[in-house]
Design a protein around this ligand. Structure first.
Ligand code: PMP
Ligand code: GLN
Length: 385
């Protein structure tokens, strides 16, 4: 073939998550890189899925998602986030948050539109924005607080801004955006008549009593926000690619047109199990948060005791260490050395920047059993410091 492929994709490396998981297998390393728990997930929810496979419907479900799931999502978000959503016109089920993101960007962006993005950014964002013809405008967030200011927003937004793609809680920073910053962002969207595509997949994984607030609930945002959720994260079963999209009917109409030709539907059995899971009692979600928070504290203490400089994590499965005090200047090289010579896989945060990356921050996943964290700490203890 001499004809070129689409350059957005042909020029891409394999994702950092896949790369580090492969290196972890090759070097028999403890994998604290790619974010997934090493626990099978709630048995009752898995049983529901199994029952739905064996005795339920295995043909195409409705394109927008099975009614039970859309109703369960409306009830879930009314209860947990005080949102009023119409299950028929404002909720759609997708095959993971990734499909929801792709569909939103492909259906909302007109080539040439400006798109505001925050760095560090989740790796799928930029290729999807570029493939849609969007012109990225970056706001660079820096450790240890990873916050933006009104000036940052004023510089990035313009009358050409079509949308902002916003991840909160933020992977890989592990931060939860404070309400005053959300209000600034909402104001910028309203002033510039922009849509907010909000990747809220980590909405339930928040710690220290922090509550997640959706931008959708902010005054003036109801008609211009697309909220994206992921059952894989809500139930800590990341292989379950079931996403949910919430948006006002005028936005949902076009979002559903992209969905109908990206995947069209999502396995009905998983949808049935997710519908069941969304109705679980508060204690289930509280226990999940508490378990992850304890794992976060355990790993943070272990790393601090070993002399690492640990940054705060208020949400997600991740905490970060600052390797600058170790005299390190290249996180990618550091992570390669760590996995190959010490047998611990991690993720260099520079991979989440499009340009001029912060190069001294390394992300570790704490959503693991104590034995896994202990094994990683034992190996990290051998690193010269
Ligand atoms: N967005 C963010 C910020 C994520 O961290 C992830 C996966 N961890 C996704 C989207 C993808 O979610 P899904 O697996 O439901 O496609
Ligand atoms: N979201 C996961 C993480 O941040 C990885 C997902 C993936 O491998 N694409 O680790």
């Amino acid at each position: 073939m001499s004809k070129p492929f689409n350059p957005v994709f042909s020029g891409l490396p394999t994702t950092i998550f896949e790369t580090m998981s492969r290196l972890a297998r090759e070097h028999n390393a403890v994998n604290l890189g790619q974010g997934f728990p090493d626990d099978p997930g709630a048995e009752d929810i898995r049983t529901k899925a199994a029952e739905a496979v064996v005795s339920g419907w295995n043909q195409y479900p409705p394109m927008m998602g099975i009614p039970e799931l859309r109703q369960a999502a409306a009830a879930h978000y009314a209860h947990h986030q005080n949102l009023t959503l119409d299950p028929d016109s404002e909720i759609m089920v997708t095959s993971g948050a990734t499909e929801a993101l792709a569909g939103a960007l492909f259906s909302l962006i007109v080539p040439g539109d400006e798109v505001v993005l925050f760095e560090p950014l989740y790796d799928a964002y930029l290729p999807l924005v570029l493939r849609a013809g969007g012109v990225p405008k970056f706001i660079k967030l820096k450790p240890p607080h990873w916050r933006f200011t009104a000036d940052d927003l004023a510089e990035a937004f313009s009358q050409r801004t079509k949308l902002v793609l916003f991840n909160n809680p933020l992977n890989p920073a592990g931060t939860v955006c404070p309400p005053e910053d959300l209000a600034l962002l909402a104001q910028a969207c309203i002033t510039h008549d922009a849509i907010a595509v909000c990747d809220e997949v980590w909405e339930h994984v928040v710690f220290d009593g922090v509550r997640h607030q959706s931008l959708l609930a902010f005054p003036g945002m109801r008609e211009r926000t697309v909220k994206i959720s992921s059952a894989g994260k809500i139930f800590s079963m990341t292989g379950w690619k079931v996403g949910m999209v919430m948006a006002a009917p005028n936005l949902m109409r076009v979002l559903s047109k992209a969905h109908q030709f990206l995947t069209f539907t999502t396995p009905p059995n998983l949808q049935a199990a997710v519908a069941y899971g969304l109705g679980k009692e508060d204690a289930f979600f509280d226990a999940m948060r508490q378990d992850f928070q304890q794992a976060r504290d355990y790993l943070a203490k272990g790393l601090t005791d070993l002399g690492f400089s640990v940054l705060n994590s208020r949400g997600t499965y991740f905490l970060n260490i600052d390797i600058a005090p170790l005299g390190e200047t290249d996180d990618a090289e550091f992570c390669q050395r760590l996995v190959k010579a010490y047998g611990v896989a991690t993720i260099p945060v520079s991979a989440f920047y499009a340009e001029n990356p912060v190069k001294t921050i390394v992300r570790l996943c704490f959503a693991k059993k104590r034995a896994t964290l202990d094994a990683a700490l034992e190996r990290l203890a051998k690193l010269p410091r």
